[in-house]
Design a binder for this molecule. Structure first.
Ligand code: V55
Ligand code: FE
Length: 489
């Protein structure tokens, strides 16, 4: 059979790599890698092994997960990249062709794979309870070896997690090391069931609750504080009839309100309180905390879904400005009588892939970093994410912006603390830059307090890395299972 990828947006720099890589001793072309850095910068990339048999496939979201890691030790950087051998990947490898069809549509699959997990494990890599998991929100987590990136298999927390799908954006409580996570469409495709779980710092399930969302939609991320969990229900709708008719699995609905579902931490499903607000689309959570009465939850929101391949439900043309995400703070008064919430803007430029110093997950914080899509007035050549910004969500400190360069893309920034006792935001920002003219990528290690200073180090790769996917830093002690708290090493 002729293997041929379609001629679409994903050619050139973004063409599938389809290659697994081991490269020890990456070249440091500028500066020096800090000697004391011990750990791994894990990034999950989408990379289709076999061309889709579906026309106009949702490429970015429906690609095989490719686990990658920059391992740091003694000032050296080693790189490894391996496909996540999901049940889907293994079945397709055996067949030597794609067997799974449209994004989130089991009715479009080859009959030989009926009932097999459709998960691609292409969103986030989590280390918790001494395990490395590759995650995708429509399927179970996949366990991998944190050092070799070999796939171990599906992981269900010793049978305690029965939801058919687990979020790719769990949160680790920075005080307790507990893992807070959920699944939506947790009782099967296009169901309103949401399952909420917590695991203790050793990875044992200590809480489970189920409830129903007011309507079916994508629930990509959550907000977690010391006392509350907030589930964002925003109308990137998902209906069984659509997938039965082979229409896009998700469509944007301008008519529905937003519902923020608040549960006390470790609360029961029937304790959920819904707070309503105007139509908009949730992107990612930045950070969240509460003071006992008010929940402060920072997120990116756009007027409609960022993804232009999901059409408007009414068939209207997509307004490009409506896809632009902006950082906003949501405030919920848990002692008030109302069922609404207030919002305030956090940053003037559109951006996504926000991250914080993870040691401040669930507690008051101020440091954030994100990719920007546009900086009005700044000259640029190229498109998409070309800047990173650091900002102070408390509004007290200045924000900084770094342009990656003409025809250069930049990936999600990752904060790495300088050492375990480092103050919030004291440390490094790692980000992969794609140099499209050279068809090569670089890993930048920046001073988080001044991203405009010359990089601490520039690590060169002799190949390109596709620009999708989230990243996470895990310290060596975490990787070796010696601690479950997020830290430097
Ligand atoms: C996102 C990414 C996905 C997905 C759903 O918002 C949402 C990002 C790469 O896969 O399936
Ligand atoms: Fe995400």
């Amino acid at each position: 059979m002729n293997i041929r990828f379609p001629n679409n947006d994903f050619t050139s720099f973004e063409a599938p790599m389809r290659a697994e890589i081991d490269l020890d001793g990456l070249e440091v072309v500028q500066g020096a890698v800090p000697q004391h850095l011990d750990g791994g910068f894990f990034r999950l990339i989408g990379d289709r092994k076999w061309p889709s048999f579906v026309e106009n496939d949702v490429f970015m979201l429906n690609e095989d997960g490719m686990a990658s890691c920059f391992y740091f030790k003694d000032g050296r950087v080693n790189f490894r990249m391996r496909y996540v051998r999901t049940p889907r990947f293994v079945a397709e490898e055996k067949a030597g062709r794609a067997l799974f069809g449209q994004y989130r549509n089991p009715f479009s699959d080859d009959s030989s794979v009926a009932g097999l997990s459709r998960g691609t494990a292409n969103v986030t890599m989590l280390v918790h309870g001494g395990k490395l998991l590759a995650m995708k929100e429509d399927s179970p987590a996949i366990e991998m070896n944190p050092f070799t990136l070999e796939t171990i298999g599906e992981y269900d927390w010793d049978g305690k997690v029965t939801a058919t799908a687990i979020t790719a954006h769990p949160k680790i409580d920075s005080r307790t090391g507990e893992l807070v996570f959920f699944g939506y469409c947790a009782a099967g495709p296009a169901t309103t069931d949401i399952a909420y779980y917590e695991a203790d710092s050793n990875g044992r399930i200590i809480h489970e609750a189920w409830f129903h969302a007011p309507y079916t939609c994508m629930v990509h991320d959550i907000m977690v504080t010391q006392n509350y969990v907030v589930f964002p229900i925003t109308p990137l709708r998902h209906e069984l009839e659509w997938i039965q008719r082979h229409e896009p699995a998700f469509k944007w609905d301008y008519t529905k309100e937003v519902y923020l579902g608040v549960l006390p931490r470790k609360g029961r499903g029937d304790q959920i309180r819904w707070f309503k607000g105007p139509n908009q689309c949730h992107g990612h959570t930045i950070g969240a905390y509460d003071d006992g009465r008010y929940i402060y939850a920072d997120n990116t929101f756009s007027k409609r879904s960022f993804f232009r391949f999901f059409p408007n439900i009414d068939g209207s043309q997509i307004e490009p400005a409506h896809t632009m995400p902006y950082a906003k703070r949501v405030v919920i008064d848990m002692e008030g009588q109302g069922d609404g919430f207030t919002e305030q803007p956090l940053f003037e430029y559109p951006g996504e892939l926000p991250r914080i110093d993870t040691r401040f997950e669930t507690v008051p914080y101020s440091f954030a970093t994100m990719n920007l899509l546009d900086v009005p007035g700044q000259e640029r050549v190229g498109g998409g994410f070309q800047w990173i910004a650091t900002l102070d969500v408390s509004g007290k400190g200045p924000s900084k912006i770094l342009y990656a360069g003409h025809n250069c893309s930049i990936g999600e920034p990752q904060f790495v603390p300088a050492h375990d006792e480092a103050a919030e935001g004291e440390g490094y920002i790692m980000a992969v830059v794609g140099r499209h003219e050279q068809m090569r990528s670089e890993l930048l290690i920046l001073d988080a307090s001044d991203i405009n200073a010359p990089p601490v180090a520039t690590v060169a790769l002799p190949f390109r890395l596709r620009s999708t996917g989230h990243g996470y830093w895990y310290g060596g002690r975490q990787l070796r299972g010696e601690t479950n708290l997020l830290g430097a090493w």
